[in-house]
Design a protein around this ligand. Structure first.
Ligand SMILES: Cc1cc2nc3c(=O)[nH]c(=O)nc-3n(C[C@H](O)[C@H](O)[C@H](O)COP(=O)(O)OP(=O)(O)OC[C@H]3O[C@@H](n4cnc5c(N)ncnc54)[C@H](O)[C@@H]3O)c2cc1C
Ligand SMILES: *[C@@H]1O[C@H](CO)[C@@H](O)[C@H](O)[C@H]1NC(C)=O
Ligand SMILES: *[C@@H]1O[C@H](CO)[C@@H](O)[C@H](O)[C@H]1NC(C)=O
Ligand SMILES: *[C@@H]1O[C@H](CO)[C@@H](O)[C@H](O)[C@H]1NC(C)=O
Ligand SMILES: *[C@@H]1O[C@H](CO)[C@@H](O)[C@H](O)[C@H]1NC(C)=O
Ligand SMILES: *[C@@H]1O[C@H](CO)[C@@H](O)[C@H](O)[C@H]1NC(C)=O
Ligand SMILES: *[C@@H]1O[C@H](CO)[C@@H](O)[C@H](O)[C@H]1NC(C)=O
Ligand SMILES: *[C@@H]1O[C@H](CO)[C@@H](O)[C@H](O)[C@H]1NC(C)=O
Ligand SMILES: *[C@@H]1O[C@H](CO)[C@@H](O)[C@H](O)[C@H]1NC(C)=O
Ligand SMILES: *[C@@H]1O[C@H](CO)[C@@H](O)[C@H](O)[C@H]1NC(C)=O
Length: 619
């Protein structure tokens, strides 16, 4: 049933999209085709890596090589067509499992990160927004000098090209935006799909009934309320706008100074006797051979929050105790590497609407007539349900703690009294310092409603409920130096009892939502966790079985704060402490996870990082 679509899309990709066809001059597929050295070597060709490589190669004098673990996609439907994304069968997952999670009934979880040129942006949910002003201002308060909402705003603009939707469509669906808080010249396309399921209106009305308003633009630093966020969607072709297309295909055509080698797993950074990064060692995954390549100016780490700390540790940058036990030669004693691991834990709240509105998201799976009709609409007119990511609502509610529970004050009081040494016995003293500072910043912002505490994503009965500012902290570590062996990924979700207490309130609040007049007539039946799970004890027993550790948002494992507060990177230069010529530009840098899906912030931070790097090399 998809044959016609596939043929059409192939034609489409070679015709209207020929400027983006994968047949690009400068794709380097083999190690033998590389230059002997480059000015900059970027490790990891994901969202941040390609952004920085694009900006550096704007200067024709600077040569840049990106080494990427995964492959190029082939601009296939499952990448380009939002509604055909299938995370069950995508070839772009890392095959990586977490350690058993002590506070999640010892379950292990897939670590949901991508390996591909474009990284997470090849397969992500395309929801494109920013956190609250206070989220970024907290970075600076914690020691990330120069990193705050005001300093990032120009880079949010620089990263995007926002296309509004018609006022008629916007009014109908309560889409609100303010063009003044968006960029219009950037590489990443931001727009609104031209379709929505009718039940979304009922959700908007139900949130409004609970006193949750729709902001004038969720991207203006408010990041609160119930809203339809922009998608990384090309407004003309209604295809995914992602790092590979926006920061590589677009740029590479004219630039012979920009090389990307796919299927190249960096195994180690080479450091000389003066602790200067001189290049990297990598394994070509299609030949199994190990190579080295030199960097004349800098090695830039952009392997994502899970692998960047792993590569540092394998190169002798980390906790001397752990590295010595693996016979790794210590280059910089930085015990904080890999600590402070954060993500957005998510609970699956599943209801069946007995009296559902039609059409709905489930109809796309079970009603072949509807599915075929919508596919044809997409094919012929770039309209319909396939302009939206499958199962991924772009309509969400971000709500502060005091708006979801009357117990906010007492939750904050007991959170402040948690004994961190007891919770994280393996954390070094500098990391504790950092955790303490983060906690007081977070609790103050939560108390004063400057940040949202929970997200509800909705477009049907399946409603992921996400904790946006967890207190729990995980850790990335290594137990081997064997090439291609994965790092140990320990989320430690719910290690803070406060996080569990907040999940109880999140569940109660969303149950209340479904009782509101606009939703109650749909007759929801709660399947997960089940309407009999009501007492505090029952919730505490059941929630650890239905909370997952990730919303695909790993970050914060190499924060840019002072060394004595658990910092790994100098915030003013993005260079790793104790070594030279080695910087980090990905989501590992952040001290605290913002209350937002991460991609928008990843692009903006990488844009600013590129400017800092260019500045120091007088580019
Ligand atoms: C399924 C999914 C859905 C998501 N949905 C959304 C969403 O809707 N909205 C949103 O804002 N965010 C979303 N995200 C998150 C967003 O995509 C990520 O936060 C973002 O891609 C992170 O950027 P990064 O540069 O830090 O890392 P990545 O984009 O993950 O890039 C890191 C790259 O480094 C490579 N790499 C790793 N190790 C090595 C090595 N040793 N050698 C060479 N290369 C290496 C990896 O293969 C990868 O390509 C989603 C993510 C996923 C996976
Ligand atoms: C490139 O290098 C040349 C020679 O050193 C110099 O004249 C030129 O200004 C440089 N261009 C840029 C964009 O930096
Ligand atoms: C996704 O892929 C899996 C495995 O190939 C398949 O079983 C499933 O039906 C696909 N889902 C959709 C929505 O196409
Ligand atoms: C993970 O395994 C799948 C299935 O074998 C494969 O398609 C994919 O490329 C693997 N991912 C990586 C990063 O090797
Ligand atoms: C989880 O594992 C730990 C350590 O192995 C054990 O002490 C604990 O009882 C287990 N918990 C559950 C719920 O099985
Ligand atoms: C939270 O509650 C306050 C006080 O009732 C209200 O003014 C505000 O709009 C609410 N905010 C959100 C995002 O719900
Ligand atoms: C299936 O979809 C078609 C086309 O939209 C619609 O006419 C029909 O009523 C749907 N069937 C069911 C059982 O919902
Ligand atoms: C916190 O726990 C540690 C380790 O169990 C203990 O030594 C310390 O006294 C506790 N601190 C407080 C303030 O209770
Ligand atoms: C490292 O840890 C993983 C996961 O616990 C385990 O499977 C593996 O055997 C360990 N490797 C070594 C060398 O200890
Ligand atoms: C709720 O009901 C289900 C199904 O009958 C049952 O399996 C479960 O144990 C009950 N849970 C509680 C907390 O009563």
């Amino acid at each position: 049933m998809f044959a016609a679509l596939i043929i059409f899309l192939t034609a489409f990709a070679n015709g209207a999209l020929c400027a983006r066809s994968p047949q690009l001059r400068n794709i380097v597929q083999r190690a033998e085709d590389l230059q002997a050295d480059y000015d900059f070597i970027v490790v990891g060709g994901g969202a941040s890596g390609l952004t920085v490589a694009d900006r550096l190669t704007e200067n024709p004098n600077a040569s840049v090589l990106v080494l990427e673990y995964g492959s190029f996609d082939s601009h296939e439907d499952a990448v380009l067509v939002p509604g055909l994304l299938n995370l069950t069968s995508t070839p772009y997952w890392f095959n990586l499992t977490s350690t058993p999670q002590l506070h999640l009934q010892n379950r292990s979880f897939q670590v949901t990160i991508a390996a591909a040129v474009g990284g997470g942006t090849c397969i992500n949910g395309m929801l494109f927004h920013r956190g609250a002003r206070a989220d970024y201002d907290a970075w600076e308060e914690l020691g990330a000098k120069g990193w705050n909402w005001d300093s990032l705003l120009p880079y949010f603009y620089k990263s995007e090209n926002f296309t509004p939707t018609s006022s008629q469509f916007a009014d109908e669906w309560e889409i609100k935006f303010d063009k003044d808080v968006h960029g219009s010249q950037g590489p990443i396309q931001a727009s609104y799909p031209p379709y929505q399921f009718p039940v979304v209106k009922n959700f908007f009305h139900a949130f409004h009934g609970l006193g949750i308003p729709t902001p004038r633009d969720p991207n203006d630093g408010s990041a609160q309320g119930v809203f339809w966020a922009p998608s990384t969607l090309d407004p003309e072709t209604k295809t995914r706008s992602y790092a590979r297309v926006a920061h590589y295909d677009r740029a590479v055509q004219q630039r012979s100074n920009y090389h990307v080698l796919p299927m190249a797993a960096v195994t180690k950074i080479m450091l000389d006797d003066h602790k200067r990064a001189t290049g990297v060692e990598y394994l070509a995954r299609n030949t199994g051979k190990t190579h080295t390549i030199c960097a004349k100016k800098e090695v830039i780490l952009a392997a994502g929050a899970v692998h960047t700390p792993q590569i540092l540790m394998l190169s002798g940058i980390g906790d001397p105790k752990d590295l010595a036990s693996l016979d790794i030669n210590i280059v910089s004693e930085l015990p904080a590497v890999g600590h402070n691991f954060q993500d957005h834990p998510t609970m699956f709240f599943i209801n069946q609407f007995q009296n559902d509105l039609t059409p709905n998201a489930d109809d796309l799976v079970r009603n072949k007539t509807f599915r075929d009709e919508q596919l044809a609409l997409y094919r012929n007119q770039r309209q319909g349900a396939f302009t939206i990511v499958a199962n991924g609502g772009n309509t969400v509610a971000f709500v502060p703690l005091p708006n979801i529970t009357a117990s906010a004050a007492s939750i904050i009081t007991s959170a402040a009294a948690e004994n961190l040494t007891q919770l994280y016995p393996d954390a070094p003293p500098s990391v504790f310092q950092g955790y303490r500072a983060q906690r007081s910043s977070l609790l103050q912002n939560a108390r004063e409603s400057r940040i949202a505490i929970q997200e509800t994503a909705f477009n049907g009965g399946f409603m992921p409920l996400t904790l946006l500012h967890p207190l729990s902290r995980g850790r990335i570590s290594i137990n081997t130096t064997t090439h291609l062996a994965p790092p140990l990924v320990d989320y430690r979700t719910l290690s803070s009892p406060t996080d569990l207490a907040i999940f109880r309130e999140i569940l109660r609040f969303n149950r209340k939502l479904l009782l509101q007049v606009p939703l109650a007539p749909l007759q929801p039946i709660e399947l997960v966790p089940g309407s009999n799970v009501t007492s505090e004890t029952d919730m505490d027993n059941v929630l650890p079985g239905i909370v997952g550790p990730t919303f695909q948002h790993p970050c914060c494992t190499c924060p840019m704060v002072a060394r004595e507060n658990g910092g790994v990177v100098n915030p003013e230069t993005l260079e790793v402490y104790g070594v030279y010529g080695l910087s980090i530009v990905d989501a590992s840098l952040w001290p605290l996870i913002p209350g937002a899906h991460l991609m928008g912030s990843v692009y903006a931070v990488a844009e600013r990082a590129a400017d800092l790097i260019k500045e120091r090399w007088n580019m």
